[in-house]
Design a protein around this ligand. Structure first.
Ligand code: ARG
Length: 474
């Protein structure tokens, strides 16, 4: 018979907990998913207390084996462990109760010199570290899908917009690379946050440090942290890593939401730039003709959730004096939800991207009208020595004439053009063609085809670098 008490803290209490309060304050219904991290962190701590002489090497082995059995149970039963263990207050309590079932009262030595405050701080760091690695892998597959589409688009053109008005023609590939650039920043933010979080809180105790002279590098190494955290008060109450992670997810969310919005627009009959993939769209129960961009709409909607989660974390932390406060328990669910939301959406967006079909013909057509060659036309005059302000004015007048005549710049006669400026000659009409317009944007990051090809190559290299980085962590 074990001497274990029902609670981890009941010694000084005369009265039992109010039953409603008891179930309300439990975190096990959501922190159960931290079991694998709690087990790894417990093994790391067991090694540290063995080195400090609290456990024999034989006991350590037994402890490790017992803890691995607890992890196995979680892996096999999943969320069912919650209903099966109504007495477990939180993930820490659950692991201790289960370990006691496995190895008897030896389990009661595991908590030597440690506190749940440092444990939950450690478990959450481990969770975020894994979530970052998974998010990076997900970003990678979406980036690959974008780059494949960009490569396949070759030199096909589309209009670009400013103020949502037709601006200049660009390569479809150039437009897709804009999203790749956003995802690059997202990946870099996550990688950066990962570096900062990779310190081990174990050994920080409840607030002032462990009550035993533990070698903190033992646990840090066992958990693949770079080093122990430098201050116990900060370590037990710091949740910056969760905030940074959800903020990085928020910015990613803004990107994916803009993408969803833009592609929804492009899928309308008014634009007609793409055919929605049936596998990712639904119909209307009322209007038989409808095919709706549900995936894009839900992606846009879910971004609101991620922003809400990041906000919840910040607001929860902002009023807390040092060090641990129970409020911190409330930061778990928004954190989990943000990670779950993004991790579920990433492969779907990548799948949608692979299935979507662009209407190159229609995009090309749209890139040929609406005076999108007007700036190139002004540049033609500038190259003939006309000051750019005057060239702008004269092409503006040519556009006005076209608007009256309901035509495009290339439809004006040389006489009409020469009336505006005698510098015009036959070569002007060449410079108005979409290919010529693209070609003059020959700068790093511009839409000239050679520059776009460079952009694709550079982006592929980055993907390789990221792949290696993800491997290095695995
Ligand atoms: N379930 C708690 C949390 O998530 C664990 C830490 C509890 N610590 C305490 N002193 N009651 O924050």
């Amino acid at each position: 018979m074990s001497q274990q008490s029902a609670k981890m803290w009941s010694g000084r209490f005369r009265e039992p907990l109010d039953a409603t309060f008891e179930s309300w304050q439990r975190s096990f219904p959501f922190d159960w998913r931290l079991v694998p991290y709690e087990v790894e962190a417990s093994i790391a701590h067991a090694r540290a207390i063995e080195a400090a002489g609290i456990l024999t090497s034989e006991e350590l082995l037994q402890m490790e084996e017992g803890l691995r059995a607890v992890a196995k149970q979680h892996a096999e039963q999943g969320e069912a462990i919650v209903t099966a263990n109504p007495q477990a207050e939180d993930v820490h309590h659950y692991v201790e109760l289960e370990l006691t079932k496995q190895i008897g009262d030896l389990a009661l030595k595991l908590h030597t010199g440690r506190s749940r405050n440092e444990q939950i701080a450690t478990d959450m760091r481990l969770f975020v570290r894994d979530a970052i690695d998974l998010t990076l892998a997900g970003l990678q597959s979406w980036r690959s899908a974008l780059l494949d589409l960009a490569t396949n688009a070759g030199e096909a053109v589309m209009p670009s917009y400013t103020h949502l008005q037709r601006a200049e023609p660009v390569l479809i590939a150039h437009w897709l690379l804009a999203y790749v650039a956003m995802l690059d920043r997202d990946a870099s933010r996550l990688t950066d946050a990962r570096k900062r979080l990779n310190l081990c809180p174990l050994g920080s105790g409840a607030v002032a440090g462990a009550t035993l002279a533990l070698d903190r590098t033992i646990a840090a190494k066992a958990l693949h942290f770079d080093a122990p955290t430098p201050n116990s008060m900060d370590a037990t109450s710091d949740r910056d890593f969760a905030i940074e992670f959800t903020q990085a997810l928020t910015v990613f969310g803004l990107h994916v939401s803009r993408f969803a919005e833009e592609l929804t627009l492009f899928s309308t009959a008014e634009f007609g730039f793409l055919e929605l993939p049936e596998a990712f769209s639904t119909g209307s129960s009322a209007m038989p003709q409808k095919k709706n961009p549900d995936l894009l709409e839900l992606v846009r909607g879910k971004t609101g959730r991620v922003i809400g989660n990041a906000t919840a974390l910040m607001v929860t932390l902002k009023g807390l004096p040092l060090a641990y406060n129970k409020d911190l328990q409330e930061m778990q669910e928004p954190l989990f939800d943000a990670a779950d939301t993004v991790l579920a959406l990433l492969p779907l967006v990548a799948g949608w991207m692979k299935a979507v079909e662009f209407n190159h013909e229609r995009m090309n057509q749209a890139a040929r009208s609406g005076f999108m060659n007007a700036w190139a036309a002004a540049t033609y005059l500038v190259k003939r020595g006309v000051p750019s302000r005057l060239a702008h004015e004269q092409i503006g007048k040519a556009v006005k004439l076209c608007l009256e005549k309901r035509c495009e710049l290339q439809d004006l006669s040389l006489d009409e053009l020469r009336a505006l400026n005698p510098a015009f000659d036959e070569t002007f009409f060449d410079c108005l063609k979409p290919d010529s317009v693209l070609a003059i944007h020959d700068v790093v990051g511009g839409t000239a085809p050679a520059r776009v090809r460079q952009g694709i190559t550079a982006a592929r290299k980055k993907i390789e670098a990221l792949r290696e980085e993800v491997h290095a962590h695995a």
